[in-house]
Design a protein around this ligand. Structure first.
Ligand SMILES: *Cc1c(COP(=O)(O)O)cnc(C)c1O
Length: 378
């Protein structure tokens, strides 16, 4: 498609990104970090649907110097856009792709001793961070396996730049969960101490993601890896110790395609899960589950905003469309804007509310927003 002459970005359904809110959140998070701890901006999955390159460029302008991605392909894309920052691949990279880590100057998490050895054997000088499994049981070396950890340091092609772990329950203030998080931290500290006492330079230490930053703010490592907090969509303030002032960065909007009256006793959408009990004015909206509005949200009350009013979704959400009840709105017509996430005339639907209505978390909603939605930046 010729990019000079193309259909309007706001002609059907789209995402709006407030880059000033992103910058504000970065500064808000940094204000909570202990002295000496730098913010690693996690921009995996296209910056949680916000658009990796535009977000990273803005964060770079705000002074962020290290970025976290999940895959080597994301790392390469980011490197092609920004030359002079550190990029850490947080997920597994197959040793056969070591050459790309080298060529694009990406740092790599090593998940165990075998991974380190295989990367080393590829013959490229690589910068790595060692992953320690302190209790999450996802990636990493068990702290008890000291020899395996030490083996990474003896890989001649690998330069150990950091050591990391991931907290499994730092989003919870439940007593048992807090105890578990403290246990993970103690383990992490203790292995670092052991390594240092044996003369190893472990490099940068990092453990916290967004919830860890706010719930366990006393932890003072060298980096804190923030994703969801940057995008201003962390669960309610009540769930975290430190009150924060994060702003939502993303809005999700769509246009009404058609408005008409439907009589009483009519079934609406697939499968007839909803039947009108009286005559209603109904609007069809040009957004569906292919765009990332979860099908499980079908029939949910009040998860759409039109003219400052929260309106119910009627019946099943379709792949490209959904229907809403606009009986209470006098002046509503095709082409009017429906806000699914964001603000409209003093009312607001937050991504967190949208997530709860869909039985999931905001991270899941954001990273599944459809790639066919244009991103409009402010
Ligand atoms: C995704 C991810 C993060 C960011 O998590 P948020 O909860 O979104 O802040 C941090 N660290 C690792 C290893 C991750 O995979």
């Amino acid at each position: 498609m010729n990019n000079e002459i193309k259909p309007s970005d706001d002609g059907r359904a789209w995402v709006e990104i407030d880059l000033d809110a992103l910058a504000h959140n970065a500064s808000e998070i940094r204000s909570h970090l202990p002295v000496g701890c730098a913010l690693m901006a996690v921009v995996k999955t296209d910056a949680y649907g916000h658009g990796m390159i535009r977000c990273a460029q803005r964060l770079c302008a705000e002074g962020i110097t290290i970025f976290g991605v999940a895959t080597i392909v994301e790392g390469i894309r980011l490197r092609e856009a920004i030359a002079d920052v550190d990029i850490l691949v947080l997920g597994y990279t197959h040793p056969k792709d070591a050459k790309f880590l080298y060529e694009y100057a990406l740092s790599q998490i090593v998940v165990d001793g075998a991974h380190a050895q295989q990367l080393n054997d590829m013959g490229f000088e690589l910068r790595v961070h060692i992953a320690l499994d302190t209790g999450m049981h996802r990636l990493g070396i068990r702290p008890g396996n000291l020899e395996e950890i030490e083996s990474v340091f003896s890989c001649s092609n690998l330069k150990v730049d950091g050591i990391a772990t991931h907290l499994a329950s730092s989003d919870s203030l439940d007593k048992a969960d807090v105890k578990f998080t403290n246990f993970q931290i103690e383990r992490f500290n203790s292995i670092i101490e052991t390594l240092r006492s044996k003369g190893y330079d472990v490099g940068k230490r990092h453990a916290q993601a967004s919830h860890g930053i706010f719930n366990f703010s006393e932890i003072a490592y060298d980096y804190a890896r923030a994703g969801i907090a940057l995008y201003g969509a962390m669960e309610n303030n009540d769930d975290v110790y430190i009150q924060h002032n994060l702003r939502p960065v993303l809005s999700l909007k769509a246009l009404i395609s058609q408005v008409r009256w439907i009589g009483a006793g009519e079934r609406i959408s697939y499968g007839g899960i909803y039947t009108t009990t009286k005559a209603i004015k109904m609007a069809t909206v040009g957004i569906g589950y292919a765009d990332g509005v979860p099908r499980q949200m079908s029939g949910n009350d009040g998860m759409c905003l039109v003219g400052g009013k929260k309106l119910p979704i009627l019946g099943r959400i379709c792949m490209d469309m959904l229907m809403i009840d606009v009986t209470d709105l006098e002046d509503v017509k095709a082409g009017d804007i429906v806000t699914l996430i964001g603000k409209d005339s003093g009312e607001e639907i937050r991504c967190e509310d949208f997530a709860v209505a869909s039985g999931t978390i905001s991270n899941d909603i954001l990273c599944r927003l459809g790639s066919r939605l244009p991103r409009i930046y402010y």
